[in-house]
Design a protein around this ligand. Structure first.
Ligand SMILES: *Cc1c(COP(=O)(O)O)cnc(C)c1O
Length: 391
C-alpha cells in the first residue's frame, strides 16, 4: 500500500501541516496527485516552478549535466557556475555572485556580507534594520530579521543588533538608521507577511537614506524576484537598485539553488569568509542557467506581463462582485486576495475544485502561478475562485 499520508506522519518530523494531497507528477501548469487527479497549479511550489512542471528545457539541461558531473566542490573552477554568474550579472546592475542552496542561505550570506562591510567601511557598524511583517527564512540569522513573532518566539534569544520598523514608513526608517547601522533589509514585495508591495516612492527614499547614511541596502527577492513582477528582478520593476540582492525560490525552477548578487563596493568577502559545499554546483547551475535562458531569451518574463495584466483585470472584477474580498494586492504574478475572514477553508475548497493556491498570513489567498500560464488558465482559475468564494 502506498498510504503516503500515514507513513509520512510516522517518520517525518512534525514541521509541516500538510494538505491531504500527494502530488506525484506534473506537466506545464498542471500537477497530478497519486490517484491521477489533475490540479491547475497557481502556487507553483510556493513561487518556485516559474516554468511549470517538467519543462523540457530544465529536464534536458539537468539530464545532460547528470551524465557529465553532479558535483566537484568549490575548490575547483566550475564552468556552469561562472556562466550562471555572467548571465545574472549581464542582466542586472550587480558585479559579483555567490551561490548557495536556498533562500535562507542567501540571506545568511547577505547578513555576513553586511556585517563584514560594516566592520571594514563603517567603523564596526553591526546593526541591521528590518521590516515588520517581513519573512527572510528559518535559520537563526534570517529568523532574527523576520519581523513576525510567531516564527521567532520558540527560538529566542536570537541574533542581537536587529531593529524592526513598519514597512513603507520612511520616517520610522530614518529614525532607526544611524551610525551603528550597517544595512537595511527588505522585501520589495513582502511575501509570507501577506503580499504587501512597497510603494515606489518609499523605495526611492530608502535608497536616498541609505546613500546619505552610508548604509548598505539589501533586497530579499527570494520570492518576488525572477520575473514575478514582470521584470527579471523586482528592483528593476521599481527602478531602485539595492547594493545586494538575495535570490532563491524560482532560480532553479524547482532545483534547489540560491544566490547573493552584490555590487563591487559591497562584495567584501575574501577567501575563508564564507562558503557552501554544494553552492553553485554543476548540476544546480545548469538547471538555473536553463531557467534564466527561458525567462530572458525565451521571453517568458515578457509573456508574464501580458497574462499578469489579464489576471489582475479579472480579479478586480471578481473583487467588485464578491463582498468577501476586501482587497487585491500584489504585482503582476505575485498576488494576494485579502479576505474578510480566515483563508484556510477557501484554500481547501479550491483544492477540491482542482486549483492549487496558497495562503499568506491568516486571511490572504496567495496566487504565485508559473510564469508560463496562459489566459485560458486564468479563466479556469477565475471560474473556480468565483464559485468557491461564493460559498
Ligand atoms: C521563502 C523565502 C525565504 C526562505 O527561503 P528558503 O529557501 O525556504 O530558505 C526567504 N525570503 C523570502 C522573501 C522568502 O519568500
Amino acid at each position: 500500500m502506498s498510504n503516503w499520508i500515514d507513513r509520512g506522519k510516522k517518520v517525518l518530523m512534525n514541521t509541516y501541516s500538510r494538505f491531504p494531497i500527494t502530488l506525484t507528477e506534473g506537466s506545464g501548469v498542471y500537477a497530478k496527485d497519486e490517484h491521477g487527479t489533475e490540479y491547475l497549479d497557481f502556487l507553483a511550489g510556493i513561487a518556485v516552478n516559474v516554468l511549470g512542471h517538467a519543462h523540457p528545457a530544465i529536464s534536458k539541461a539537468v539530464e545532460v549535466q547528470v551524465n557529465k558531473m553532479l558535483h566537484c566542490s568549490n575548490l575547483y573552477h566550475i564552468p556552469q557556475q561562472t556562466e550562471l554568474a555572467e548571465k545574472l550579472i549581464r542582466n542586472s546592475s550587480f558585479d559579483k555572485a555567490f551561490f548557495c542552496n536556498s533562500g535562507t542561505e542567501a540571506i545568511e550570506a547577505a547578513l555576513k556580507l553586511a556585517r563584514k562591510w560594516g566592520g571594514v567601511n563603517k567603523d564596526g557598524a553591526a546593526k541591521i534594520v528590518a521590516m515588520e511583517h517581513s519573512f527572510h527564512g528559518r535559520t537563526i540569522g534570517a529568523l532574527s530579521l523576520t519581523g513576525q513573532e510567531k516564527y521567532q518566539k520558540a527560538f529566542k534569544p536570537l541574533m542581537p543588533e536587529v531593529e524592526f520598523v513598519p514597512f513603507n514608513d520612511i520616517d520610522a526608517l530614518a529614525d532607526a538608521v544611524d551610525t551603528a547601522t550597517c544595512a537595511v533589509i527588505l522585501e520589495p514585495v513582502q511575501g509570507e507577511g501577506g503580499i504587501f508591495p512597497a510603494r515606489q516612492k518609499y523605495l526611492q527614499e530608502v535608497r536616498r537614506l541609505c546613500d546619505q547614511s552610508e548604509t548598505l541596502l539589501l533586497f530579499d527577492e527570494v520570492q518576488c524576484g525572477l520575473g514575478r513582477t514582470s521584470a527579471l528582478f523586482a528592483h528593476q520593476y521599481y527602478g531602485v537598485e539595492p547594493d545586494a540582492v538575495a535570490l532563491a525560490k524560482g532560480l532553479g525552477g524547482g532545483f534547489p539553488i540560491g544566490a547573493l548578487l552584490a555590487k563591487d563596493r559591497a562584495a567584501v568577502f575574501e577567501p575563508g569568509d564564507h562558503a557552501s559545499t554544494f553552492g553553485g554546483n554543476p548540476l544546480a547551475s545548469a538547471a538555473a542557467l536553463a531557467v534564466l535562458s527561458e525567462l530572458i531569451d525565451g521571453q517568458v518574463v515578457q509573456h508574464s506581463l501580458e497574462v499578469g495584466a489579464y489576471l489582475h483585470e479579472k480579479l478586480s472584477i471578481l473583487a467588485t462582485q464578491n463582498p468577501r474580498i476586501s482587497e487585491i494586492r500584489g504585482v503582476n504574478l505575485m498576488i494576494g486576495i485579502q479576505l474578510d475572514r480566515d483563508a484556510s477553508p477557501y484554500v481547501e475548497k479550491c483544492h477540491k475544485a482542482g486549483l492549487l493556491v496558497g495562503k499568506a498570513g491568516a486571511d490572504v489567498l496567495r496566487l504565485v502561478p508559473p510564469l508560463i500560464i496562459e489566459k485560458k488558465h486564468v479563466d479556469t482559475a477565475i471560474d473556480i475562485l468565483t464559485e468557491v468564494l461564493a460559498e
